[in-house]
Design a protein around this ligand. Structure first.
Ligand SMILES: [Zn+2]
Length: 292
């Protein structure tokens, strides 16, 4: 083989390899820097669509199942991605049967074993004790996945922790375990804390590519009625609902707090107790993405 031919061959092989290993836009590890401390990732479906497409994601943190939402999804054949914890699965056998009966509608993804924030650098987030260590994060992620696989016979592909906020080391760890970290772009119910009419309006405003987060585990709160109403409004508008697992998605870190770089930090001599952590004011609203 001539030198030129062999050069051309190796060039085409390397181009092929680049295409095969093109970065997955849903992954965050390459988009976070050493300065980033806590992120609350934003996730959107990639590309444009007409009619518009959204992904409805519903968290089942603990508690019960909200039939105002589940029954609408089944009746109207609306696909949804459910993020369930092992502890929710342990106490909702009847709901599991409904989910299993409609594998085309419901994708079951990982919300952890015991609903613990995947954060190592802070002790609590929104008052919830964090995992604190890589070992605890691994146990939380693996515990959730094992339970889902045992019940549904299918490995989850996406992970969302308890508060949708993560320390960046945890994001790298979770992606290293083979998961995509499930952010969101539209917070429908703020931890099942908002009035029904407000929730319905927020969800009905969904734009093309939005990943909506709400909760399906709080049947006694008013928010759930708004989730059901908002979903029905979107369907009437012709919006298409897609499962996260079926769609290319695009993630952005959305940095909540970061460590100050050396030239910005106050001299250690001047103030030894000065925190290097620069934090945007944590939202004054209570637990915006978690419904314990
Ligand atoms: Zn949750």
């Amino acid at each position: 083989m001539s030198v030129i031919k062999s050069l051309l061959l190796s060039l085409s092989l390397s181009i092929g390899a680049t295409a095969a290993f093109a970065a997955d836009e849903a992954l965050l590890s390459s988009k976070i820097s050493q300065r980033h401390l806590i992120i609350e990732p934003q996730l959107n479906l990639a590309g444009k669509s007409n009619p518009i497409q959204v992904a409805l994601t519903l968290d089942a943190c603990s508690g019960d199942v909200d039939h105002r939402i589940l029954d609408v999804l089944v009746r109207e054949k609306i696909p949804a991605t459910l993020f369930v914890t092992a502890r929710w699965l342990r106490r909702n056998q009847a709901a599991i049967e409904v989910l299993k009966a409609h594998p085309d509608l419901f994708a079951i993804e990982n919300h952890g074993a015991e609903h613990v924030p995947a954060i190592t650098v802070l002790k609590t987030m929104y008052g919830i004790p964090t995992a604190g260590t890589p070992a605890a994060i691994e146990a939380e992620v693996k515990g959730g996945a094992d339970k889902i696989t045992a019940i549904f016979g299918k490995q989850p592909q996406w992970y969302r922790d308890a508060t949708a906020r993560y320390s960046t080391d945890a994001v790298r760890q979770i992606e290293g375990m083979g998961y995509k970290v499930a952010g969101y772009s539209l917070n429908g119910d703020r931890g099942a804390s908002l009035p029904a009419a407000t929730v319905a309006k927020r969800i009905s405003y969904a734009k093309d590519g939005d990943v909506i987060i709400s909760h399906i585990n709080q049947p006694k709160r008013v928010s759930g009625a708004g989730v059901a109403e908002g979903i029905l409004t979107l369907k009437k508008k012709g919006v298409q609902f897609r499962l996260l697992r079926d769609m290319p998605a695009r993630a952005a870190p959305n940095v909540v707090s970061e460590t100050a770089p050396p030239n910005e930090s106050v001299s250690q001599k001047e103030n030894k107790s000065h925190s290097k952590v620069k934090t945007k004011p944590a939202s004054a609203e209570p637990v915006p993405v978690s419904a314990q």
